[in-house]
Design a protein around this ligand. Structure first.
Ligand code: SAM
Length: 287
């Protein structure tokens, strides 16, 4: 290791004190202090020295250091201006790390990483976990693996199967683009300060083609959104709320061979695809 490991409580406290930094709750700053968790995140991303890795929210550089030690090229995007100076010091010994001051929800990442494919590794700020994950999936950033720390209940929703209580629009969206898997659960005391919730590391292998070949992707997601907008409603009623008449919904569900008294949460991705395609077949102009 080029510099002393950051991933422990005393070094983290020392760095924060030296730079006079108080962690910001608003920015979701819970820094990792467990070296074994850093190692497991890096291992889960299956990194080799030729990889390009995007890290979202490097903080004081704890996970960044673990990534840099593999020899890969790391691009790290941090929003908090105060931490840019800290990172310049804590990662000074690594010439394979580039830190960018910016907002991951706004940045044009294609201007920052030229590689054809890269990996995303992060301990995400929990206040914007879903917008970040949805941005990189929907915009189809050229990623093959995403490994990230998230709130445990978000991880459970991402991997949930049809019919389970956690299955919802997030499950469908993530599973449409990727194959998610929970790698490990992480207790609050692995962070400084400890968050109020349990955490989990999730690995998503990004699919080369979506799980469902819908005729119109936008209609697929319209159906999913309507189906979960009011979870207790039957599909027949939920789809009517999406602006269709009773007869149109009956026609679509009959063509898709789906019983209208079912609830959206029981439908597989393929079944949502059949409903969407039946809708497109009925109304070729829909977008
Ligand atoms: N990676 C470090 C670690 O594991 O110890 C820090 C993780 S901390 C949970 C989340 C980090 O994301 C913080 O450093 C925070 O300032 C940063 N952050 C918050 N919102 C951000 C945004 N919109 N864009 C980039 N970074 C952000």
């Amino acid at each position: 290791m080029i510099q002393p490991s950051i991933a422990n409580k005393s070094v983290t406290l020392h760095i924060l004190k030296t730079f006079g930094i108080y962690t910001s709750k608003k920015l979701g700053q819970n820094f990792l202090i467990a070296p074994e968790i850093v190692d497991q995140i890096v291992a889960a991303a299956e990194i080799n020295p030729h990889d390009d890795v995007l890290e979202i929210g490097p903080g004081i550089g704890t996970l960044t250091q673990g990534l840099a030690e593999t020899g890969c090229r790391v691009t790290a995007v941090e929003l908090d201006r105060r931490l840019i100076d800290v990172l310049a010091k804590t990662l000074a010994g690594y010439d394979n790390v580039r830190v960018i001051h910016g907002d991951i929800l706004k940045i044009d990442i294609s201007r920052e990483i030229a590689a054809k494919k890269y990996k995303v590794v992060a301990n995400l700020p929990y206040y914007i976990t879903t917008p970040i994950i949805m941005r990189l999936l929907e915009e189809r950033w050229p990623i093959d693996i995403l490994v990230t720390m998230v709130q445990k209940e978000v991880a459970q929703r991402m991997v949930a199967v049809p019919g389970s209580k956690d299955f919802g629009a997030l499950s469908v969206a993530v599973q449409y683009y990727a194959e998610p898997q929970i790698v490990l659960n992480v207790p609050p005391n692995a962070f400084l300060p400890p968050p109020a919730v349990e955490s989990a590391v999730i690995r998503c292998r990004i699919r080369s083609t979506p799980a469902v070949q819908a005729k119109k992707e936008s209609v697929f997601f319209r159906v999913v959104k309507a189906a979960f907008a009011q979870r207790r409603k039957t599909l027949q009623n939920a789809l009517q709320s999406a602006g269709l008449t009773k007869e149109q919904v009956q026609y679509i569900l009959a063509a898709a061979e789906i019983d209208g008294i079912r609830r959206g949460e029981t439908c597989s991705l393929a079944e949502f695809g059949r409903i969407a395609d039946a809708w497109v077949d009925m109304d070729g102009r829909i977008d």
